[in-house]
Design a protein around this ligand. Structure first.
Ligand code: ATP
Length: 250
């Protein structure tokens, strides 16, 4: 369906179309559409814009990804359909790789997503094989299946649209988890090291810009930026914003 740019909900409709298209290609799962619906609700409450707390988290995330020794970008079907190209750009910028990790996993879907992302630059996409695969214990879903040269050895995991269980386990393993989640109340949001409370489609270009800027700075500057960052305080700003937005219409 062609969406008319004059429609008041144009941006939101374009995103929906991308996901429906992803579903047709076999990249997005049906459950992924429902997860997106949950996100839309929170986006509405947040004013459908990149708020100051999201910018703060993006700056900290940029510093954290640049300081990481073995960062990895873990993406699912929704992330691939919404911002596949941007994830590959990010991987290039931080010299990392993209690993496909799915809750509703099938080998076919993993391959479809890997192939889809490979169109942007194959060098940056890890290819899942039975040989390079391993398990992370205590995750009660196929998200426990990870790659030895990816999430398993990573010190920092960038996981947009994560599920709470895995975020908790990865954090307990000492990995720094950076999440993008429109729901600041989710277990993911509360367990991540850095939570970017924003729509993935808006946050990714800002993160790319910030990393391009920070790249020329000294590690001392980035460490200072990261030290100043407090995820709990930042999440509180997101809760306040939602309350403010509701009060405004009362
Ligand atoms: P948790 O397990 O962390 O408590 P959950 O069960 O709500 O969270 P899922 O249903 O696995 O999480 O994933 C959907 C999450 O992704 C929701 O929290 C939703 O707000 C978020 N989300 C969906 N679409 C987007 C998007 N485009 N950008 C950012 N976040 C999104």
């Amino acid at each position: 369906m062609r969406v008319n740019p004059s429609h008041p909900r144009y941006a939101s409709l374009v995103i929906r179309e991308k996901l429906v298209d992803g579903l047709k290609k076999g990249i997005t799962s049906q459950a992924g559409l429902l997860a997106h619906g949950r996100g839309e609700t929170f986006d509405y409450l947040l004013g459908e814009k990149t708020n100051h707390f999201a910018i703060k988290a993006i700056k900290a995330a940029a510093a954290c990804l640049l300081l990481a020794k073995t960062p990895i970008i873990s993406i699912n079907g929704n992330s691939a359909a919404l911002a596949g190209k941007e994830f590959v750009t990010l991987a290039k910028l931080i010299n990392s790789k993209v690993e496909v990790n799915l809750f509703h996993r099938s080998e076919k879907r993993v391959k479809l997503i890997e192939n889809y992302l490979s169109k942007f630059d194959r060098k940056f996409i890890l290819q899942s094989t039975y040989k390079n695969r391993t398990f992370i214990p205590n995750i009660q879903s196929p998200r426990s299946i990870v790659l030895n040269n990816g999430i398993k050895k990573a010190d920092t995991v960038f996981v947009p649209l994560e599920d709470g269980d895995r975020c908790e386990v990865l954090s307990k393993l000492g990995k720094k988890v950076i999440a993008v989640d429109l729901n600041p109340l989710s277990r993911t949001a509360r367990n991540a090291y850095i939570t970017i409370v924003d729509n993935l489609t808006r946050a990714m270009p800002v993160l790319i810009e910030e990393i391009s800027y920070l790249k020329s700075k000294k590690p001392y500057y980035m460490n200072k930026l990261l030290d100043k960052y407090d995820n709990k305080k930042n999440l509180n700003s997101a809760y306040d914003k939602m309350i403010q937005n509701i009060k405004q219409v009362l």
